[in-house]
Structures are given as C-alpha cells and as structure tokens.
Design a binder for this molecule. Sequence first.
Ligand code: HEM
Ligand code: HEM
Length: 342
Amino acid sequence: MTRLLATALLSTALAVPAAASELRDMALDYFEPLPSTVPQMADNRATPEKIDLGKALFFDPRLSASGVFSCYSCHNLTTGGDDNLETSIGHGWQKGPRNAPTVLNAVLNIAQFWDGRAEDLKAQAKGPVQAGVEMANTPDNVVATLKSMGQYIDWFEAAFPGEADAVSFDNMARAIEAFEATLITPAPFDAFLNGDEMALDDTQKEGLQLFVDKGCVTCHNGVNLGGNGYFPFGLVEKPGADILPEGDKGRYSVTATASDEYVFRAAPLRNVALTAPYFHSGKVWDLKTAVQVMGAAQLGEDVSDEEATRIVAFLDSLTGTMPAITTPVLPPETDATPRPSA
Ligand code: HEM
Ligand code: HEM
C-alpha cells in the first residue's frame, strides 16, 4: 500500500509535460543561466580582500564631494540595485538626465550605461564619482580622503599586495568592480534553464513562449536577456517625446555616427520587476505598459492586455535572490580627511 502510494506520488512528481522540456530546449537556444562563480573580469582578479574593500567603497558617501552620495544612494541593494526614481537625484539635489539602471548582474553586460559608453565596470566606476550631477568629486580629493584613514590604507594594501602606490583612483575602481561582480542573482528562470521544469508556472511558461514568438528575444537574449547589443529605440515606430526625449540621442553621443541616433543598449531584463520606472527616460512606471510600448515601438505589434500579463509573469521569473550582504563598518574620518563641500 505504502509502496503503491509512493509509486503514485513519484509518477505524479515526474509528470512534467513534454511541452515543458521542449520549451526548455528552445529557451536554451537563446538564453544562458547565470554562472555559479564570480565571473572573471579583464585584468582584475576578484580576491576576498578586493571584494570587501569594494563593498566598503560602494557604501561610502565620502567618495562624493558633499559627503552625501554613495554608489548605494542611487543603486540601493534593498530595492533592486537602483533608485526607483524617474531620473536620479545627485549632487546639490540636481536631477540627472537618465534613469539609473540596476548594478545587479551588470558585470555580465557587454558594456555599461544606456549607451554603452564605458567598456566595463572599472571604467564605469570612475564616471559617477566625477560627474557633476552625481558625486561631483575629483580623483585627487578621493585619494586624499582615502589616504587620510589608516584603515583604508591597510585595506588597499591587502587588496593590491606588492603595489607601491596601492591607494589610487584606478584601484578604487577595480575594487568596486570586484564587489559588483558578486552581485549575481539566481532566479527561478535559471532553475528552469538548469533543468527544473517546474520552476516556472504555466502562465510564466506561456509568457516565455510569447516572448520568443513575438520577437522580444531578438534583442533581449543571452545571460542577462539584453545588455549585449544596441538597437534603435523606436525601430518600427518612434515612441512620443514623453518616453523618448528628443535631446538624448543615445549611442550617437559615443560614436558620432548618424545611424546611431536614438540607439540604446537593449536593456538587460533580470530583476526588471523591481526596477520601475522604465526606459532611459524613466517615464513608464508600469511593467505591463513598458511591454506594450516595446511591442509597438520595436516590433510593430499590438501586444494585448492578456499577452502582456503573461509576458510580465515570465519577467517576474527573472527576479532573483540577492547575495547576503552585511553592511560594512567604514573607517572614521581623521583630522586629515578633506571636509565635505556643499
Ligand atoms: C549607471 C555603478 C554612483 C546614477 C551605472 C552603471 C553602473 C553604476 C554599473 C551601469 C549599469 C548598466 O549600464 O547596466 C555605480 C557606482 C557608483 C555609482 C559603482 C559609485 C562609484 C551613482 C550615483 C548616482 C548614479 C551616486 C546618482 C546620483 C546612475 C545613472 C546611471 C548609472 C543615472 C545611468 C547613466 C547613463 O546611462 O548615462 N552606475 N554608480 N550612480 N548610475 Fe551609477
Ligand atoms: C527596453 C521588454 C522587444 C530593444 C526594454 C524594457 C523592457 C523591454 C521591459 C525596459 C527595461 C528597463 O527600463 O529596465 C521587451 C519586450 C519585448 C521587447 C517584452 C517584446 C514585446 C524588443 C526588441 C528590441 C528591443 C525587438 C530591439 C529591436 C530594447 C531597447 C531598450 C529596451 C533598445 C532600451 C530602451 C531605452 O533606451 O529606454 N525592453 N522588449 N526590445 N528594449 Fe525591449
């Protein structure tokens, strides 16, 4: 009797519809699961010392001129790795021109920023520290700040052993990159790709099928479902200036090539359910609407309400588990620490 029951239970457990494995095989043609170890970065081995230092720097508001803004201010790791604002607020309460993308899994994008202007995270990290609307600091002042605290000197020397001048702006960026590389968030979709065909429910599976059939997958593919190619925003039909402001020409400002006007990096879609509002303008707050905007703008397709609901259910399966992060205790300032400026 017990054996019969066990056999019955086992066969129920194994009753995965054939369609699920076909769907999984198809998905594996387009997508990849996240790596199970910290991805290797160019010229920057992620050692535990470097990762810990990078974490401290990521959280430290003293990298900004005002002492108010840290990376974490705009890339809050408790709310999806972004700031959930239309466009970011930075130095002197200034509003920047673009929405902040998430830092989660960003190491796996082929290049950083909406227009891909930084080739990797270490090149990227030097930008916000100096940007007038973000942290408004200078490399010299950052290095003076870090060198004024003995604990930071020790941490840099442990992270960059044998280097004559370990506390440098470049090494700051390297350490931050190493920390960010640990921000990998495995999701139910990864479990599905790795063979757990029950990791997506039926609505999510239908959404995945639609995502492929409609053609979203043409631009949103690979490990981050995007973040790996550039496309005109408005390939088929240009959205209104409310969503695609005329002043921001995207990749054109990087390449100065006419065909790059209004070209942007296909947004990576991992954790997209956590990162409203959407698009580089941050003008769309609802994910379902964002999906319908994409259908019209990129594919010339009317995505119905029902279809958008299923696609959003699939996108929900990309919400992953954050690595556990203990907030660092930062070294206290000394008499030599440059004081915050307004
Ligand atoms: C973009 C990290 C500080 C707002 C990014 C990206 C990364 C990043 C990795 C690119 C993500 C991607 O392209 O997918 C950092 C680090 C910081 C920092 C390490 C500290 C050193 C800030 C601050 C603000 C901010 C303080 C807000 C005042 C933004 C915005 C973008 C961005 C608006 C998009 C800019 C564009 O595409 O032109 N950040 N960030 N970040 N971050 Fe930060
Ligand atoms: C952005 C989904 C089709 C290229 C986005 C965003 C979502 C999305 C939700 C916003 C993400 C964010 O702000 O973080 C979809 C869906 C599609 C689809 C569900 C199918 C219905 C496409 C296609 C292309 C494309 C076919 C390329 C031809 C882009 C680009 C962006 C983007 C370039 C960034 C736009 C910007 O600069 O704000 N997509 N997408 N997408 N997608 Fe798609």
